[in-house]
Design a protein around this ligand. Structure first.
Ligand SMILES: [Zn+2]
Length: 708
């Protein structure tokens, strides 16, 4: 659980990953989600724009594993840097994080890598973790594989056919024995070693059939990797595969410029892209160049502003005019200084001088099919949607997905204010979150995260009155329960039994608490109370980690959950390794439920709990209380604002109600005549009846299960 008082404000909930099949046809198991949670729980992870390490925008903290009948998700909270100071602080934090990550990932391989490479080469190299543990040192790859580099052409490119001793691992990494070499670092986003390679392009390029073509590529001279540490990079961004028609004829001749919209530029950092077709000596020549809006990072030492350069992707191709066949295609980076860039912004592509710093990255010669040609160009220009636009594919709105997503406003008032609404058909909703171990004083600590705040006074924590029943049942079982006197006891006039977090001293109390909850819920079921029950249980998994399990279900489903949990058919986890079997057990219980589930964000809280959190009626509803003269019952009047007609509609047709919340000041027990908040009688075991003798109305809340 995290508090949202980090230096960032405005945290947003988001699904970091889920077990739904993504657009690449992959799915993550619950176990993989748990692993991702454990791996990032303590540090969280930086959030960047367009997977670019040089563009951190915030920090994401995983909150919980959320499990409903429909989906298992890793839910997190993203904090965006809100102002310049936060952005500066974020950059510092992010650098520390990257260094730490590099070291941590490198560490397990350090000794074997050093032994394999030899201390003389290893020790004065710079250690970093790319697709695998790697050493950065001038010409280290050349020293290790001299024969490869001696075959390089004038542009420094290496024929893929000469890499026959190497196995392609993916993402531009080639393995030979225990070592790897890497595609040139200018294949990476922002040309930076801090980023992934453009594996969309590289994987496609390497996989292209060799027959009739010669493929050449730039290999990074200064990097050697350690093959056993290789991991396939994953970017959960959808870069679509292009669908083109089969000719180039519809592409207009001459110079064409496609400029980015404001929003696209923010994402892609590209001002515009120029395309140019010209005819020269029986050849049709194509050139394309993108112009970046921000600097690139290929020169590690060029940190100061004076050395800021703009590396721009450039493509060149030759089509034979008499045969109509494409004979050649290559891709490069053309680098502009700041001064040159200022001039370039006012120039068209044909006017650009040829003196620019230039690094060829790949070329292909021979019979290239048009579809291949278009795919190579499209993939090389990863995240540049202007190229797809020019090549005649429809711009996909998916590329905009990664921008921070605002939760869309909903016209459904019920979904907006009772987003946790469920039925028997929903099944059981469960959340699991982890914390650093924190011990409790007594056997059970009743911990509320629910606050009530009146303008001008400090927030107070409250529990629902049903909590008193559970506390009494636990005490009857001999447990020492800490229930803070300062907690307000509230009664809501609806049928959501939202219980607080029961923090347990150790695992020995788990079965006692489950037994008491089971007794309580079975009373609800036998009275057909038609309630929704929500509780959370926090207890130590081991000496370092606490787990919190929260559950939301209708009383009937909650009974089934507790029956299974108490009988051992679906035990609550007792260690990190038994969390997954527990969640699988809940999944099986849910298998028979056919109904819709609420939106994840309607039930997941920033605390990592899964909860039914009531929403108050806003001031605009102008509530006024009065006592009915005949019955003496407390009533209230409300107004529906003109701009919220959907609330009236939801009240008329969808069962949305405003309900009253009261603070219980005095609670009489009819059995012993004492104060029920303090006496030992219970409803479940002693059939006690209670009467609220003094209460204070504290507000009105939305509900779809009013007391009837
Ligand atoms: Zn009593």
């Amino acid at each position: 659980m995290v508090q949202d008082d980090l230096f960032f404000s405005n945290g947003r909930l988001g699904i970091l990953n889920s077990d739904a099949v993504n657009r690449y046809g992959e799915r993550f198991t619950i176990g993989a989600l748990l692993q991702a949670f454990e791996g990032t729980n303590r540090l969280g992870l930086p959030t960047t724009l367009a997977h670019d390490a040089h563009r951190p925008i915030g920090w994401t903290v995983p909150l919980c594993i959320y499990l409903s009948r429909e989906i298992a998700s890793l839910v997190g909270q993203t904090y965006l840097a809100q102002d310049k100071n936060a952005a500066i602080e974020l950059e510092g934090l992010y650098r520390q994080y990257l260094t730490y990550k590099d070291q941590e990932q490198f560490k397990p391989y350090l000794e074997e890598f050093r032994a394999a490479l030899g201390p003389d080469k290893f020790d004065d190299g710079f250690r970093l973790y790319l697709e695998c543990a790697a050493i950065l040192k001038s010409d280290i790859a050349v020293a290790q594989f001299p024969s490869i580099f001696s075959q390089a052409d004038d542009d420094g490119l290496i024929d893929l056919a000469s890499l026959s001793d190497f196995k392609y691992l993916g993402a531009g990494v080639f393995q030979c024995g225990r070592f790897c070499i890497f595609a040139d670092r200018k294949f990476r986003r922002s040309l930076s070693l801090a980023n992934n390679t453009n594996f969309f392009f590289l994987d496609y390029f390497v996989a292209l059939s060799d027959s009739g073509v010669k493929k050449r590529i730039a290999i990074d001279r200064d990097l050697i990797g350690y093959a056993p540490s290789f991991k396939v990079p994953i970017e959960l961004e959808y870069w679509w595969g292009p669908k083109y028609n089969d000719d180039l004829s519809h592409i207009s001749a001459g110079v064409t410029r496609h400029s980015s919209s404001e929003r696209d530029r923010l994402y892609s950092q590209i001002e515009f892209t120029d395309f140019w077709w010209q005819s020269r000596k029986g050849e049709h020549i194509f050139e394309a160049e993108e112009i970046r809006a921000s600097r690139t990072f290929s020169d590690l030492k060029a940190d100061d502003a004076q050395k800021e350069t703009f590396g721009c992707r450039y493509v060149h191709s030759i089509v034979n005019e008499s045969t109509g066949l494409i004979e050649h295609l290559d891709g490069a980076i053309r680098t502009y200084t700041e001064e040159e860039m200022l001039a370039r912004l006012d120039q068209a592509l044909p006017e650009v001088g040829r003196k620019l710093k230039y690094k060829k990255l790949w070329r292909i010669d021979g019979k290239i099919k048009i579809t291949q040609w278009k795919s190579l160009v499209h993939h090389f220009y990863l995240n540049n949607s202007l190229v797809g636009e020019y090549l005649g594919i429809e711009k996909s709105s998916d590329t905009e997905r990664e921008l921070p997503i605002e939760l869309l406003g909903t016209s459904d008032a019920l979904a907006a204010v009772v987003p946790y609404s469920i039925s028997d058909a929903t099944g059981i909703i469960t959340g699991v979150t982890f914390d650093d171990r924190r011990s409790t004083l007594l056997d059970v600590d009743v911990k509320s995260y629910d606050t009530y705040k009146k303008p001008g006074s400090p927030a107070v924590y409250w529990v629902r009155n049903s909590t008193i029943e559970i506390v009494k049942l636990l005490r009857k079982q001999g447990l020492a329960v800490h229930f803070d006197d300062s907690l307000w006891v509230l009664k809501f006039k609806d049928r959501y039994i939202d219980l607080p977090v029961f923090e347990l001293k150790d695992q020995a109390q788990v079965s006692v608490v489950l037994g008491s909850l089971r007794l309580y819920v079975s009373c609800l079921v036998s009275n057909s109370a038609d309630t929704v029950v929500n509780f959370s249980l926090k207890y130590p998994l081991d000496a370092e980690v606490d787990v919190t399990i929260s559950v939301v279900a209708t009383e009937k489903n909650m009974q089934a959950f507790l029956d299974h949990a108490c009988s051992g058919a679906m035990s609550l986890p007792t260690s990190l390794s038994t969390v997954e079997p527990f969640l699988d057990g809940v999944k099986r219980l849910n298998a028979k439920s056919p109904g819709p589930c609420p939106d994840v964000f309607g039930v997941c809280m920033k605390t990592g709990l899964v909860k039914c959190l009531r929403r108050r009626l806003g001031d605009e509803f102008d509530i006024s209380f009065y006592t009915d003269k005949e019955t003496g019952v407390l009533m209230f009047n409300m107004k529906i604002p003109k701009d919220k007609p959907h609330f009236l509609a939801a009240m008329k047709t969808k069962g949305l109600y405003p309900i009253l919340a009261l603070r219980i000041d005095s609670y009489d027990c009819d059995l012993c005549g004492g104060n029920y908040l303090l006496c030992g009688c219970t409803k479940a075991l002693d059939s006690a009846k209670t009467r609220i003798s003094k209460s204070t109305p504290i507000g009105t809340y939305w509900s779809d299960r009013p007391d009837v």
